[in-house]
Each structure stands twice: as structure tokens, then as C-alpha cells.
Ligand binder design. Structure first.
Ligand code: ATP
Ligand code: MG
Length: 362
């Protein structure tokens, strides 16, 4: 199997440590997402004025856009302690009861990947969110009794890459939902400027623009590419990074002008050269590029679909007209353009193509 992609990245501890170091610590440092930021700021300010813990908050959106960062900012802005857990870590209602019963007044509980919590835990959470109370069940079968337990007021901050998978009753119990959008190139330039300052790196405006344009609308990717450009500059003895050095560095890492990496391009190349543009089934396509179907589906496809380069149809994957152009090939007659893709996207209950963005990590 190929090495982890630069764009999809990995979960190495070093990676996480750097990510933590670059995280904005307050709302003023958080770039972009103006609507969410303004609304959240108001919610937090009002709770501070009332002297109460803030309403429960949900952040949704694709990976790497700042959900965890915002959860930490909520706690910081409320001057409250923060407890972190996640849906997959809470498999039994008892796991959740243990966390809830040890919260202190005003504490912020961050539940990442909240859509992956077990059903019984989820039901316990409903009551905790609404009434600040849980029923602890003691014993089994007919002799089981529920002992009610009062909880101190707390703020739940949930994060999910798949808001569509959250049950309605859970979604309704959040007082505020912030949906994060992909960032513009200009916003990513600001993210990069801030990170370059923290990393003590000299980059000129054109250099920032070059990196931002290849970052797939995602701050996490922007920061990652910046670090690779930094390595390249160091090795090549370059002091001030400009568009040319940024571009040479990212070309070397095989991240192209559109943010596509090696895997993305080999998927498109295989689709076009081996299968005449498709349709071809996912597993056949995956074999052709020497990857697991899941990797192709979750790592490469979401961005290719978003960029209008690849279409998912009931009969398999197809290359869209811009895919030929992107690879420098002439578009053959009869190839699907964007209008046709929109037709496929219209299917109401095909989750992968709903307007709600679908995580590339699940
Ligand atoms: N608005 C922003 N301004 C500056 N930096 C940001 C912003 N949003 C995200 N980042 C940076 O991107 C990195 C990833 O953000 P974060 O971990 O919050 O994403 P996430 O939405 O929680 O992703 P995941 O769904 O994978 O958990 C952080 O290290 C942070 O430095
Ligand atoms: Mg996160």
C-alpha cells in the first residue's frame, strides 16, 4: 500500500502536537466562519452576562475545519474547565454516567464524533442535557431500580462530521448549532500567515497564496502543507519563501495546483486510461490503483466529487469532463459535464450524495 497521503495526513503524535500548538486559543484569533463566530460570540457573551453556563453547542462540518478548536475556545471564553471525550469512547450508558456525575459546575464537556455514541448513552444524554439529571440504573431485570442523580449545570459541546446521522431529539437539544464551511483561499492565507508567525517562517504574499490554493479549503491541510514547504526551504537553504519555492516544494510532494495528490490523480488516471472514463465499480477501481476500496472512497473521492472531477452513479464511478482537462487530455465526445452530475446528486435518499457534507473519515 502507498504511504499515507500528505493531504489526508496521519494521526502521528508529532502531527497532533503541532496541530495543538497552532490552534487559535480565542475567538478573535479564529479565522473566517464569520457567521458562526458572530453567533457563537453572542451566545457566550449573553451567558456570561447572566452568570450562567452557556447553552449546549453543536459544531458540524468536514474534518479539519475547526470544530475541536472551537470547542476549546468555548471553554476558554467561558473561563470554564474543559473535559474531553468522544462518541466511540462511550459505548455504555455507564461510561457516560461516570463522566457526567463527575462534572463540576459550569464545566464544558466536549464530545467529539458525537454521532458515534451508543443508543443507550444517547438516551441518557437527552435527559442530562435538558434537565441536568440522570437515572442511574442499579440491579438487573425485575429488581432493577433507577436512582435519579442531580447534575450541576454544564455545557455540552458536540462535534460531528456527519450531522445528518444525529437523531432529531439529540440535535434539538442543542441551543446553538454552528455549521462550518470550507474556507476561501483568502481565509486560508490568513490562517497560514498566523501559523508562519508562530513557526517563525518568512513567507511572502505570493507564497501564501500558492500554498492556500492547494489546501482544499481546509486549515488543517494548509498548516500541513506549510510545514512541508518549510522542510523544503530549510534543505534548499531558502530564507524567504515565495510562490516559486512554495510551488517547487509542493510539486515535489506531488500536491498539484488544485490540491490533488498522487492518489487522487491515480484514481482519475485509472478511470480514464483503464476504464475509458467509467462507469466502473469502486472495488475494481481500487484494485487498479493498488489501494483498499475504503481508502479510495473516504480519502480521495469526497474531494474529487466536490471538485466536479468524479461522479458517483448507480452504475459506478465516472470521470467528469474536467478530469480529462485536469490531466491535460482532450475531453472525448459524450463525456458527462457538471449538469449531469447535478442530476445524479439529486437522489433524495442516497446519503453519499446528499447536500449535507459526508465525512471522509467514517
Ligand atoms: N478558523 C481557523 N483559524 C485558524 N486555524 C484553524 C482554524 N480552523 C482550524 N484551524 C487549524 O486547523 C487544525 C485543525 O482544526 P480542528 O482540529 O479544530 O478541526 P476539526 O474540525 O476538529 O477536525 P476533525 O473533524 O478531523 O476532528 C487546528 O490545528 C487549527 O490550528
Ligand atoms: Mg476535531
Amino acid at each position: 500500500m502507498a504511504e499515507p497521503s500528505l493531504v489526508a495526513g496521519g494521526e502521528e503524535p508529532e502531527e497532533r502536537a503541532i496541530e495543538a500548538a497552532l490552534r487559535p486559543k480565542n475567538l478573535d484569533d479564529f479565522v473566517g466562519q464569520h457567521r458562526v463566530r458572530k453567533q457563537l460570540s453572542l451566545v457566550l457573551k449573553a451567558s456570561r452576562m447572566r452568570g450562567r453556563s452557556a447553552d449546549h453547542v453543536l459544531f458540524s462540518g468536514p474534518p479539519g475545519l475547526g470544530k475541536t478548536t472551537l470547542a476549546m475556545i468555548v471553554a476558554a471564553e467561558m473561563n470554564a474547565p474543559l473535559r474531553i471525550s468522544s462518541g466511540p469512547a462511550i459505548q455504555h450508558a455507564g461510561d457516560l454516567a461516570a463522566i457526567l456525575s463527575s462534572l463540576s459546575e459550569g464545566e464544558v464537556l466536549f464530545l467529539d464524533e458525537i454521532h458515534r455514541m451508543s443508543r443507550p448513552a444517547e438516551e441518557m444524554l437527552y435527559m442530562a442535557m435538558e434537565d441536568f439529571r440522570v437515572d442511574i440504573v442499579v440491579g438487573k431485570g425485575a429488581g432493577a431500580t433507577a436512582i435519579p442523580l442531580e447534575l450541576p449545570p454544564f455545557t455540552l459541546v458536540g462535534a460531528t462530521t456527519r450531522a445528518g446521522l444525529l437523531p432529531g431529539p439529540l440535535r434539538d437539544r442543542f441551543g446553538f448549532t454552528g455549521h462550518l464551511e470550507f474556507y476561501s483561499v483568502e481565509e486560508l492565507e490568513l490562517v497560514l500567515r498566523r501559523s508562519a508567525g508562530l513557526l517563525d517562517l518568512k513567507v511572502n504574499s505570493a507564497g501564501f497564496t500558492e500554498i492556500a490554493g492547494r489546501s482544499r479549503g481546509t486549515p488543517r491541510i494548509a498548516n500541513r502543507l506549510l510545514r512541508r514547504v518549510r522542510d523544503w526551504a530549510l534543505v534548499h537553504g531558502i530564507d524567504q519563501i515565495d510562490a516559486r519555492s512554495a510551488s517547487a516544494a509542493l510539486d515535489m510532494y506531488e500536491v498539484d495546483k488544485r490540491g490533488l495528490d498522487r492518489l487522487d490523480r491515480s484514481v482519475l488516471e485509472a478511470l480514464i486510461t483503464k476504464f475509458g472514463g467509467g462507469p466502473v465499480g469502486l472495488s475494481t477501481l481500487a484494485i487498479a490503483v493498488g489501494e483498499e476500496p475504503e481508502t479510495v472512497e473516504t480519502v480521495a473521492e469526497p474531494y474529487l466529487v466536490r471538485e466536479g472531477l468524479l461522479g458517483r452513479t448507480p452504475r459506478g464511478r465516472i470521470a467528469m469532463a474536467p478530469a480529462w482537462t485536469h490531466l491535460g487530455l482532450a475531453v472525448p465526445a459524450g463525456v458527462f459535464g457538471q449538469e449531469t452530475l447535478d442530476l445524479f446528486e439529486a437522489g433524495p435518499d442516497d446519503e453519499e450524495t446528499s447536500s449535507e457534507w459526508v465525512s471522509s473519515t467514517q
